[in-house]
Design a protein around this ligand. Structure first.
Ligand code: ADP
Ligand code: MG
Length: 398
């Protein structure tokens, strides 16, 4: 599949392409939703912990013509495919063969389940988010869908509530067991800011990205991804840790309630693997808070140490890194001007996230292009990205 327009094409020109494809002269609407990259806080969301993602300027667009029929007809330009679904009888039990339309239909289903009115439309969509690289194209599609399906004039729930509805679409309708971070980041983004999301309360604060740091994402191009069963195993290991610790520590319902001291005094109760998984999660929450402080203070040395510690913990304690991700981080760390580098996303394949001094982005890109393929036999991609505002409707010129 191709991505058609490149990321730096303006929304207006991408919308022009979509409008032609939709082929109407009537009134249309445009909604957008960004992908996201997580700066730090990995595998913490489903432990009711903290994450620090940013919405990035790789985005889904849906251009559509609302209609009165209780159904959606959508064309995915990147796939050159048109699919439709009716609102009547929509349910995970009656979902057909797997398709990208499931993310839209699932969002419609989850919105209705949450008591939100929805409206049908005929639309076209296109994205500049690479698929399956861990930049959350799926969550962006869901968040864009929430905006396209919403009935104008009806109150929109709080960002965290809307993100939870989209997460439910992915968990229950599509059948992918993900945490809430991806939908939340796509929904809540703010230009030039990262988002400190508390996955216990589903609330967030924005935190400014230092103006003298660039954000660079390196895609390992690895076909391996943390598969559903490995992800679910990690989740149940964390749950077992909580259960065993809670037998002695009243009030513990998630790893969020466990600090390093509590983990240390209960470690003998835990199978060795479970203890290591818990140690990663407990310390990763602390690294998220320390990263917020380091970003605020512009403490580049601290950022480098925190990213390195997170990567090492994901590699050695949580065991979700890979030779490719490790190689990508090693290559980045040798480039002058690279401040911090770590794997991002669930693991095995996907991307690394890098904080880079402005001017060093190309040196990083060159080093990756020169060395990564030699070390791994794979073709990398490098994206210089910026933090942007979250999903919403875009005003169109008449
Ligand atoms: P990611 O890490 O990018 O979220 P997922 O496997 O969770 O990867 O979601 C990818 C799925 O989202 C694709 O298989 C497809 O169904 C849908 N999707 C993503 N981008 C597009 C696109 N441009 N056009 C149509 N569907 C898309
Ligand atoms: Mg996804």
């Amino acid at each position: 599949m191709s991505f058609g327009p490149t990321a730096n094409q303006s929304i207006a020109s991408r919308a022009g392409v979509l409008r032609k494809r939709l082929g109407t002269t009537g009134p249309v609407k445009l909604v957008r939703a960004p992908g996201r990259v997580n700066l730090i806080g990995e595998h913490t969301d489903y432990n009711e912990g903290l994450v620090l993602p940013a919405a990035i300027d790789r985005e889904f667009l849906i251009l559509f013509e609302p209609w009165d029929r209780p159904e959606v007809q959508m064309t995915a330009l990147d796939m050159d495919e048109t699919r439709s679904f009716a609102f009547e009888g929509l349910s995970p039990e009656t979902r057909g063969a797997r398709s990208w339309i499931d993310y839209v239909a699932g969002t419609a289903w989850a919105m209705r389940e949450a008591g939100l009115p929805i409206r049908g439309f005929r639309g076209v969509m296109q994205s500049t988010i690479p698929v399956g690289s861990g930049l959350s194209s799926s969550a962006a599609l869901e968040m864009a869908s929430t905006w396209a399906l919403a009935v104008p004039g009806t109150p929109r729930p709080a960002t965290g509530v809307m993100a939870a509805i989209a997460q439910r679409a992915e968990n229950r309708y599509v059948g992918v067991n993900c945490g809430i971070m991806d939908q939340f980041a796509s929904a809540a983004g703010e230009a030039g800011h990262a988002l400190l999301i508390d996955c216990r309360t589903n609330t967030f604060k924005t935190t400014p990205m230092p103006a003298d740091l660039s954000l660079v994402v390196c895609d390992t191009g690895s076909p391996h991804r943390l598969d559903a069963s490995a992800y679910n195993t990690r989740r149940s290991e964390c749950e077992l840790g909580v259960k065993l610790i809670a037998e002695r520590e009243p009030g513990v319902t998630a790893l969020r309630d466990v600090d390093e001291e509590m983990l240390a005094r209960n470690r003998d109760r835990l199978p060795e693997v479970v203890a290591r998984r818990c140690e990663h999660v407990v310390k990763e929450d602390g690294r998220v808070m320390a990263t917020v402080v380091a970003l605020r203070d512009g403490d580049l040395d601290a950022l480098g140490r925190l990213f390195a510690a997170s990567h090492a913990s994901l590699r050695d304690l949580y065991e979700v890194s890979s030779a490719e991700l490790d190689a990508m981080v090693e290559i980045a760390n040798e480039v002058p001007g690279v401040v911090a580098s770590r794997m991002t996303g669930a693991g095995f394949g996907g991307c690394t996230v890098n904080l880079v001094r402005p001017g060093a982005e190309e040196a990083l890109q060159d080093a990756v292009m020169a060395n990564y393929g030699k070390r791994t036999g794979l073709t990398p991609r490098v994206f210089i990205v910026a933090a942007v505002e979250g999903a919403g409707e875009v005003e169109l010129d008449a």
